[in-house]
Structure formats: C-alpha cells, structure tokens
Design a protein around this ligand. Structure first.
Ligand code: SAH
Ligand code: SF4
Length: 366
C-alpha cells in the first residue's frame, strides 16, 4: 500500500509539526531529517539511533519516496541527465553539470509551463501540474545518491532552479525545497549557491526575498516592453518597470548581491548593438551580471541562434560598460541534455487537441 505521507514533502519545521502530531519530540524530527537528506537514507529500519517503536510507527504511516529515475545518461563532456517519472505520463528532468571543481544540478519545478514564452519548447508544450516539494527535493536526493557522494563531500555544490517550469509559479513547494537545500541538517548549501530563475513574476520576487532570499536570475530577453510582450507574454502582466523595481527591492538588504539577467540570443530579433545599448539603460541601476544563452532551436520554432560574431559584439558592449557577461555553453548535446532538447513524454492537458506531445525543455550550465 502506498504510504499516506511522504516525509520528503516536509522542511524542518513541517517535519517537526508532523512529529508533534505523532507525539514525538522535535529532536526526533531532526534526526530523521538528517537520515533522509544528509545520509540519503529512505529505509526507516536503517536509522539506527531512532527507537525501534518509532521506526515501526513511521513504517506504517509514512514513507520516503523520491520520484523514480527512468533514465540516467552520461554525455561525452560528463554532463549527466536524469529523467524522473512523476506519474500520469509526466516526466521531468534534472541535469548534473560538473565544472571546475564544482557540480551544478539543474532542477525542474513543474511538469510543463503555463507561461508560453515564444522561444521555449517547455512553454509550447503547455502546463500539466506543479511538482510537489518531494518531487523537487527528490531530484537532488536521487542525484546525490546516484553520484555515490559521501555526505561530507557532496558532489552537488550548486543548485539552479532552471529546469522545466516557472519556479515562482509553484511558490510554496519551491520554498519548502529551498529550505531543505539550505538546511545544515539536510543539504547545507549556502544561499549564494542556490539560484532561482524566473521569467519575471514581480510580486513573487518580493515574496521570495521575504521568505527565502537565495540567488536570483531573471530571464529578460528584451530591452523594451513591446518586444518582451511578444517573447515572454508574462510581461503584459508585469511590465519591465515593475520587474526592474522588484529586482532592486530584492537586492536592498544585501548590497553585495546581484541579479543575473538571462538573455536568449535570437538572431535578428533581440541581438543588435542597439538592443545591447538599450539593455544597459534599462538595467543601469541594478547590480547585475548578464548570462547570454545561445538559442537552441526545436522542431517548429520560428527563431534562429545568433551568429557567434553577433553574440560576441553584443557581449562586448555589455562588458565595455563594466558588466560581467558570460555566454552559456551548450553541453550534453550528444545525450539530448542541452538547452531545448528532449525531456520526456508529457501529455498536454491545456491544449485543445489533447494529443500527446513531446516535452522538450531547457538545461544549461551557468
Ligand atoms: N521558467 C524559468 C526557468 C526555466 S527556463 C525562466 O524562464 O527563467 C530557464 C532558462 O532557459 C530561461 O532563461 C529561458 O529563457 C531559457 N530558455 C528557454 N528556451 C530556450 C531555448 N530554446 N534556447 C535557449 N534557452 C532557452
Ligand atoms: Fe516557462 Fe521559463 Fe519556458 Fe517561459 S522560458 S515558457 S517561463 S519554462
């Protein structure tokens, strides 16, 4: 019988409350949290410092159930893509990117996405559902275990919420998972090593600042509302003025922080010298870095990737203005783990046709 309660759905406070309901003390919850997340244990029987009676009780009322891995592939460049079955014909993916002594895991937050950005295949595919907190943190749980990392030397040193979906549209579950990432009894990552990427849900940026201020990346893609309205329709609801104001507020309390602006380079659409200069005016008073993403085409997409000289010129203009600007490498291409490649079969419940489509989505290194 499936367990009624999945303990991966709880952060520390949630687990304590659940344990209180079972008549158990907070330190017991802390012990179980450490077993689950620090030591990657999902078998109550192996939790040797927990009383036998409590282990037995937990076994009957609860479980520790991450989403199962259905595919695990290694690319020539050591990028490793994991696909998870989240039920109902939905698959999501996480990608592990080892780089210069660090290991970044790109995690999904939704099956599909409702925001429908013009250049994004996840958006094209439509929205299925929010992932639960267990499904979000379960990606990290599973990958740590698959990498065989000893707890003291975790191979995942950074997490980016840049997989499938819009993290801030799944706020409660996102924050539960983020708290676990930061918790010393769980993954113990510093808040600068956890990055939430948003397409620009301005009011939710404020909530993130109030509830769990991790590093923020904002997908900008255009220097003006007219173009951004077309590329990222969420802009019609939260235009650039509001978005930039939310970015400034996000940084108010931590003057050393910065926002990373992501910018997909679309040939002849948003990649001219004039676009770059107007971008500088738009973001002028926001402490920021730029991350330029070469567009990854997918079947039926109307855009092309900017040519390398065009991309270089664009980057040069930003850098000459003193802004740290990086260009994202496309990695894992030979196993479909690069931006805009296959994620899994996902049934689209939001489109009228109702026919199954292939879910394609984004993974990348920063
Ligand atoms: N929904 C969030 C996070 C997931 S998308 C967001 O939009 O920020 C992560 C990044 O991949 C975003 O910056 C997005 O603009 C980018 N992206 C989407 N489709 C792409 C494509 N076809 N090629 C390259 N980057 C893409
Ligand atoms: Fe959703 Fe981000 Fe894709 Fe836009 S770019 S459709 S917000 S996943």
């Amino acid at each position: 019988m499936a367990a009624a309660v999945n303990l991966l759905d709880f952060d520390a406070a949630g687990l304590q409350a659940y344990f209180a309901g079972l008549g158990e003390k907070p330190f017991r919850a802390r012990q179980v949290l450490r077993w689950m997340h620090r030591f990657g244990q999902n078998d109550f029987a192996a939790m040797s410092d927990i009383a036998g009676s409590l282990r037995e009780k937990l076994r009957t009322v609860a479980g520790i159930a991450p989403p199962p891995i259905v595919s695990d592939r290694l690319a020539d460049d050591d990028t490793r893509k994991f696909v998870f079955d989240v039920g109902g014909g939905n698959a999501v993916e996480a990608v592990f990117i080892p780089e210069n002594g660090r290991g970044t895991l790109c995690v999904s937050t939704q099956a599909g996405c409702a925001l429908d950005c013009a250049f994004c295949s996840t958006g094209r595919q439509g929205f299925n559902r929010n992932l639960t907190a267990a499904e979000i943190i379960g990606q990290l749980w599973q990958v740590n275990r698959a990498l065989g990392a000893a707890p003291a030397e975790r191979m995942v040193s950074n997490v980016v919420l840049m997989g499938m979906g819009e993290p801030l549209a799944n706020f409660e579950n996102l924050v539960t998972a983020l708290r676990l990432m930061l918790d010393d009894n769980a993954y113990g990552l510093s808040r600068r090593r956890v990055t939430v990427s948003t397409s620009g849900l301005a009011p939710m940026i404020d909530r993130l600042r109030d509830e769990c201020p991790v590093a923020l990346a904002v997908s900008l893609h255009a220097p003006d509302d007219a173009l951004r309205d077309e590329l990222a329709p969420i802009n019609r609801k939260y235009p650039l003025r509001e978005l930039m104001a939310a970015c400034r507020r996000y940084l108010e309390r931590a003057p050393r922080d910065f926002v990373t602006f992501e910018y997909v380079m679309l040939d002849g659409v948003n990649d001219s010298e004039d676009h770059a200069r107007r971008l500088l005016r738009l973001t002028g008073d926001v402490p920021c870095k730029f991350n330029l993403i070469p567009f990854n085409p997918f079947p039926g997409s109307p855009f092309r990737r900017s040519s390398p000289p065009r991309l270089r010129r664009f980057a040069e203009i930003l850098m000459n203005a003193g802004i740290v600007t990086t260009t994202r490498k496309t990695r894992g291409g030979d196993i479909d783990a690069a931006c805009g490649q296959l994620a899994g079969q996902v049934r689209d419940k939001t489109r009228r046709s109702g026919r199954p489509e292939i879910a394609v989505h984004e993974v990348r290194s920063l």
